[in-house]
Design a protein around this ligand. Structure first.
Ligand code: ADE
Length: 242
């Protein structure tokens, strides 16, 4: 089974790669080989009985789509786990909290001029849903480790949101719980190729006036929270108990 582990920023996947404040999560991985393709660096490794391809896309929907498609089409990924950070829309989500996307949408996709709803284009759908099986594994990991894992709607767009008005609009229009800049692009690609996927985000900011400051301060910590959880999911998948 080949699993893709994807982030948008180096910081989001770095916990798998480098020793720092914490042990490198991939210290048990062996047989690293690094491949540059389409301007991105991919790491191939073996973890227990799983083949892994790991990389980050750079920020935004286009970059994310390229990386997800590459991981599937060139590297043969059969499942994709996305790890990273997000801005909270739901006030119950605090910095460091984990949210697993149960639906993803594109808040900046707009052909409403033709009478379509926000986030919709013909032959598509406003919301794309991740794999139930992977959500089930995530829930089992959260239960076992006594980690609070919320589920919710993740809205994606090519904008860093640091504006209460825009945040409120996204919340009202899509019933969103969190916002980020890649998840729905990954979802559309995986859905198109019929590859089960899962998007996990740890909150780095509240998409408000303090968002840029909070993002810089909490990016590393929240990335670590999200990566650790994804590693626990890999353990469960490797054990074959799920
Ligand atoms: N990722 C993390 N915080 C974000 C925000 N406020 N807007 C968009 N993407 C984000």
């Amino acid at each position: 089974m080949k699993i893709a582990i994807m982030g948008a920023m180096l910081e989001e996947v770095e916990p798998f790669l480098e020793a720092g404040e914490h042990e490198p999560l991939l210290k048990y991985f062996n047989k690293h080989s690094d491949v540059v393709y389409g301007g991105n660096l991919y790491h191939e490794a073996k973890y227990k009985n799983l083949d892994i391809v790991l990389g980050y896309s750079k920020i935004g929907k286009v970059n994310a789509a390229l990386t997800a498609a590459t991981m599937i089409e060139k590297f043969g990924a059969e499942k994709l786990l996305f790890t990273g950070v997000a801005g909270a829309v739901n006030p119950e989500l605090k910095i460091g909290d984990l949210i697993a996307a149960t639906q993803l949408c594109q808040h900046d996709l707009d052909i409403t001029a033709f009478g379509h709803p926000h986030g919709y284009v013909p032959e598509g759908s406003v919301y794309v849903e991740p794999s139930r099986e992977l959500l089930h594994i995530a829930k089992a990991v959260a239960d076992e480790k006594d980690i609070e894992l919320k589920g919710g709607i993740v809205a994606t767009g090519d904008q860093f949101i640091a504006d209460p008005e825009r945040k409120e609009w996204i919340e009202k229009t899509f019933d969103a719980d969190a916002i980020e800049m890649e998840g729905a692009a990954v979802a559309v690609i995986c859905d198109a190729f019929d590859v089960p996927f899962f998007v996990l985000r740890a909150i780095s900011d509240a998409a408000d006036m303090d968002a840029t400051f909070d993002f810089d301060e909490f990016l590393k910590h929240s990335s670590q929270v999200s990566s650790s959880f994804v590693l626990a999911m890999l353990d469960k998948m490797a054990d074959g108990t799920q």
